[in-house]
Design a protein around this ligand. Structure first.
Ligand code: ADP
Length: 327
């Protein structure tokens, strides 16, 4: 359903000389959704985001926000805001002045700027740091300031380009939770570029998988994970096998592949890898046609009947777990 504040990309294209960075992309981002643009390096995610932000001109096509074509408006007049990496903060300005910088450009007076910046800093739990300089903050705190600086413009759409990649793994997960909380609290659209499947699955209402300058598949996170339409999506999201069977190629989650005796299996193979992973054991089986198939067995179940490398096994599954994919 289209609502007044949805964001639409219409045949959006970007060429750099001969190279096609974004190839006629059509997509409809619904208002108030957390969307993740997911894909490998170089697939066109950042270019798409920069065109939405107005930091890059489209070669063809348009960007429509709230029914208005914003393709050629300057960034500050689009209703979008980009959260830049924390190192883009002005080092000589206080946290408060960094956050309210765009208001200064608009001619808002100092007391009002201070008040607004305070509200934004409260939102990201940084109000007690208003008078510090950026280099007196940790990486995670700088990230929150960068977020407050983007949100002060009251955007309808917040754009985030790999916002967590500079953080250590522990902080990354904390900040991820924070982003989700903020998005839900504010009810605005977030479009978050990432190459991390885990990040996209953890955050996104909608995952938009890009590959080679086009959208390969888009949909709710669970739908894209559970029913990948192409071999690329199945492999990129991980946790899946792509099996070639006489009637086509199928994706099947590794935790839906069961091990049986060789007589009972629908496919026979040999165990070539056994990895203990804590909560589960990851088995790699070389099956007919030299295909490697991963099977995940919960640890307690596995240790009821542990296996030896090199042993012959059967593989079985429920047909409902198979999803046809194009290759
Ligand atoms: P991603 O964000 O998915 O890693 P990008 O959008 O940054 O991918 O890049 C998509 C393609 O466009 C890549 O092949 C990249 O080399 C190319 N590209 C990006 N920016 C420029 C530029 N300013 N000039 C020339 N080529 C570029």
């Amino acid at each position: 359903m289209t609502t007044g504040q949805d964001l639409e990309l219409v045949s959006l294209t970007k060429r750099y000389g001969e190279a096609l960075a974004v190839d006629s992309v059509d997509h409809h981002f619904r208002k108030g959704q957390y969307a993740c643009l997911l894909g490998p390096s170089g697939c066109g995610k950042s270019t798409t985001l920069r065109m939405i932000a107005g930091h890059e001109d489209p070669s063809e096509g348009s960007i429509v926000l709230g029914g208005a074509d914003v393709s050629w408006l300057p960034p500050a007049r689009r209703g979008t805001a980009m959260m830049f990496q924390s190192y883009a903060l002005f080092p000589h300005l206080s946290v408060s002045d960094n956050v309210s910088f765009s208001l200064k450009m608009k001619g808002v007076d100092a007391p009002e700027r201070r008040k607004k910046a305070g509200e934004m800093l409260e939102l990201v739990h940084m109000d007690q740091y208003a008078d510090r300089l950026p280099d007196q903050l940790s990486g995670g705190q700088q990230q929150r300031v960068a977020l407050a600086r983007a949100l002060i413009t009251n955007p309808q759409v917040l754009l985030l380009d790999e916002p967590l990649s500079a953080l250590d793994p522990f902080l990354r997960i904390r900040m991820r939770t924070e982003l989700k909380r903020l998005q839900q609290e504010l009810g605005i659209t977030f479009i978050h570029v990432t190459h991390s499947q885990d990040e996209a699955l953890a955050l996104a209402d909608e995952i938009v998988v890009m590959n080679n300058a086009v959208i390969e598949q888009a949909g709710p996170a669970r739908e894209v994970f559970n029913a990948p339409k192409t071999e690329f999506v199945a492999r990129f999201l991980g946790g899946h096998n792509v099996i070639a069977l006489p009637h086509g190629h199928f994706a099947i989650r590794s935790d839906k592949v069961a091990l049986t005796s060789t007589a009972e299996g629908r496919l026979g193979g040999q165990v070539i890898g056994i990895e203990y992973q804590g909560a589960y054991v990851l088995l790699t089986i070389r099956a007919a046609g030299d295909q490697e198939i991963a099977a995940i067995v919960p640890e307690e179940k596995y240790f009821e009947n542990p296996m030896q490398q090199g042993v012959d096994v059967g593989l079985s599954w429920d047909d409902s777990a198979l999803h046809p994919v194009s290759v």
